[in-house]
Design a protein around this ligand. Structure first.
Ligand code: ATP
Ligand code: MG
Length: 138
């Protein structure tokens, strides 16, 4: 099934100038970019985006990291986009990610792990709407 998902190229990737390589990697895996922009998350936006993790010990650090520099949210489309993006990203901890995955290639730690990907159809829909009004999608 053709699906849409939401990715965010995270601040560590922007800092290290890996944005172009990550977009090229996603395009080479068949993802079509329906919307993209560069932005800087406010603390309120980062808290809201990662609200599911608010009880976790790493929540405050995660919010600080995600607001530490610009990010690139993008809406991607592909066959099985949600599951396939998770596969192409690799495990949360880059040290455990399959060789060749984006996190293995560009991530540096369990927190600074290069990229975000939606984890379910419900969250994908909510996260796409969080960043892009429907009218902005190609
Ligand atoms: P994402 O939601 O960003 O795609 P994920 O679904 O692989 O990543 P989650 O469990 O949803 O992982 O965690 C969200 C983010 O919180 C991770 O990507 C990482 O940046 C950070 N994080 C997760 N676990 C830890 C941890 N144990 N210590 C520090 N940061 C963590
Ligand atoms: Mg997640």
């Amino acid at each position: 099934m053709i699906e849409r998902t939401l990715t965010i190229i995270k601040p560590d990737s922007v800092e290290k100038k890996n944005v172009g390589a990550i977009i090229a990697h996603l395009e080479s895996e068949g993802f079509e970019i329906l919307a993209a922009r560069m932005t800087r998350l406010s603390e309120a936006q980062a808290r809201a985006f990662y609200e599911v993790h608010k009880e976790r010990p790493f929540y405050n650090d995660l919010v600080a990291y995600m607001t530490s520099g610009p990010v690139w949210p993008m809406c991607l489309q592909r066959e099985d986009a949600i599951g396939y993006l998770r596969k192409v990203m690799g495990a949360t901890n880059p040290a455990e990610a399959e060789p060749g995955t984006i996190r293995a290639l560009y991530g540096e730690s369990i927190e600074r792990n290069a990229i975000h990907g939606s984890d379910s159809p419900e969250n994908a829909a909510g996260e796409i709407a969080f960043f892009f009004p429907t009218a902005d999608l190609a």
